[in-house]
Write a protein that binds this ligand. Structure first.
Ligand code: NAP
Length: 382
């Protein structure tokens, strides 16, 4: 069972910084410098004290304002990928090619794979966070994300870090971020609707879903989020902004069905034949595409999308309905052969009722015979 509670110990570190910040703002401004002949050791000491408090106010040489300026001006970002498996590495290749500075951290040691594609790998999460990436990009499995996020030393990051995820289920990721991340962090939930197989040649015309869950209003934060999104837009992705809830509904009806059918077909051990039709070739491609993803990913699509169970039941119902339709026709032919003349003369033999398509998603109607469902939909539209 999933339990989500804010990590108080980590939050307290961050709030200490905020308190120091606020206290420094309450101090009076430094007095104007005295002429050199009136200075004595006491006033000098006071002066130095005031200077120290002034350093914490936003100044052109202030660390955070410098970083903000840099983010606003440069086109590239410092992105830390957490979870450097199949999908994390796939995204990293493009981000590196675009000129971003990419760091990575994962449970497994991927130093060699990272070095090959120009990514700096950190086995230790503290070391990664101390590099102060502008973006943390979570590419962990759906099932492990809760644990991984809670284990990150958030207090070592810059106060306004942007957190992005690519999980294939979005409401779950959004809730997790909102519960675990301190308010100062920005949150962008995304789902690239493609993977290492479907996007291996190009990302052009492939959909990219995103929801700006919490992006601060200042220029640097807005620009940082836009820059991240632009990494996908400039590759030709079709950018789709929608809520996490909308995504999960659509994804269950499309992606979960696709993965389920692919996995069912995989169990049939389909082989290529000398007379493959185009349709069959597409089925073989589907099996290859879906089986290259981990079972954990598929299980996550089911477990963490509340709409998935309904789709599984609809699939089951549709399969049963199709079998009934086939067997109904077969039954009819057999009866005709056995009793044809006598039943026809008695007016008994009828065409078995064809079962219609399932009612639209979410309509809550049970499967109905064609005639009944037609009259139902007639009355619904009249
Ligand atoms: P995955 O099996 O969903 O995730 C593998 C990643 O999760 C690896 O980085 C792995 O780290 C990490 N991980 C798994 N269990 C862990 C644990 N107990 N503790 C710490 N880390 C753990 O496969 P994936 O294809 O790489 O997908 C990653 C994410 O991208 C998923 O959330 C998925 O929904 C999303 N996504 C995938 C695709 C796709 O086509 N594959 C497309 C869009 C979005 P180690 O390798 O270090 O063990």
């Amino acid at each position: 069972m999933l339990t989500i509670s804010p990590p108080i110990s980590r939050l307290s570190n961050l709030s200490v910084c905020h308190h120091l910040h606020s206290i420094s703002r309450l101090l009076p401004p430094p007095p104007p410098p005295l002429p050199s002949n009136q200075r004595n050791s006491k006033t000098l000491r006071l002066h130095r004290n005031f200077q120290i408090s002034a350093i914490d106010a936003a100044q052109p040489f202030d660390y955070e304002s410098k970083i903000s300026d840099r983010i606003a001006k440069s086109k590239t970002l410092k992105i830390a990928i957490v979870g450097f498996g199949n999908f994390g590495q796939f995204l990293a290749k493009t981000l590196v090619r675009q000129g971003h500075s990419v760091l990575a951290h994962s449970r497994t040691d991927y130093s060699a794979a990272a070095a090959e594609i120009g990514v700096s790998f950190y086995s230790n999460a503290d070391d990664l966070c101390e590099e102060h990436p502008e973006v943390i990009l979570l590419c962990t499995s759906i099932l492990s994300t809760d644990k991984v996020l809670r284990s990150l030393p958030l207090q070592r990051l810059k106060r306004s870090t942007l957190f992005v995820d690519v999980l294939s289920v979005k409401e779950f990721a959004k809730d997790l971020f909102l519960q675990i991340l301190p308010l100062d962090f920005d949150i962008l939930c995304t789902h690239p609707m493609f993977g290492p197989e479907s996007g291996k040649n190009s990302w052009k015309d492939l959909p990219f879903v995103y929801d700006k869950v919490r992006i601060g209003s200042d220029k640097a934060r807005v620009s940082r989020c836009e820059k991240f999104l632009d990494s996908f837009a400039r590759e030709g992705c079709v950018m789709k902004e929608m809520t996490c809830a909308e995504h999960d509904q659509h994804a269950a009806e499309s992606q979960f069905i696709t993965h389920t059918v692919g996995r069912v077909l995989e169990k049939l051990n389909l082989d290529s034949t000398p007379i493959n039709t185009k349709g069959y070739e597409r089925l073989l491609d589907l099996v290859e595409n879906t089986s290259s993803d981990s079972f954990e990913l598929y299980y996550g699509l089911f477990m963490y999308n509340k709409n998935a169970m309904e789709q599984l039941e609809r699939l089951d119902l549709a399969f049963e309905s199709l079998k009934k339709e086939l067997f109904g026709h077969l039954h009819d032919v057999l009866r005709k052969q056995l009793f044809g003349t006598r039943e026809r003369s008695l007016g008994v033999l009828q065409r078995p009722p064809a079962l219609s398509k399932l009612p639209a998603n979410g309509s809550g109607l049970a499967l109905l015979p064609q005639s009944e469902s037609e009259s139902q939909s007639d009355s619904a539209t009249s």
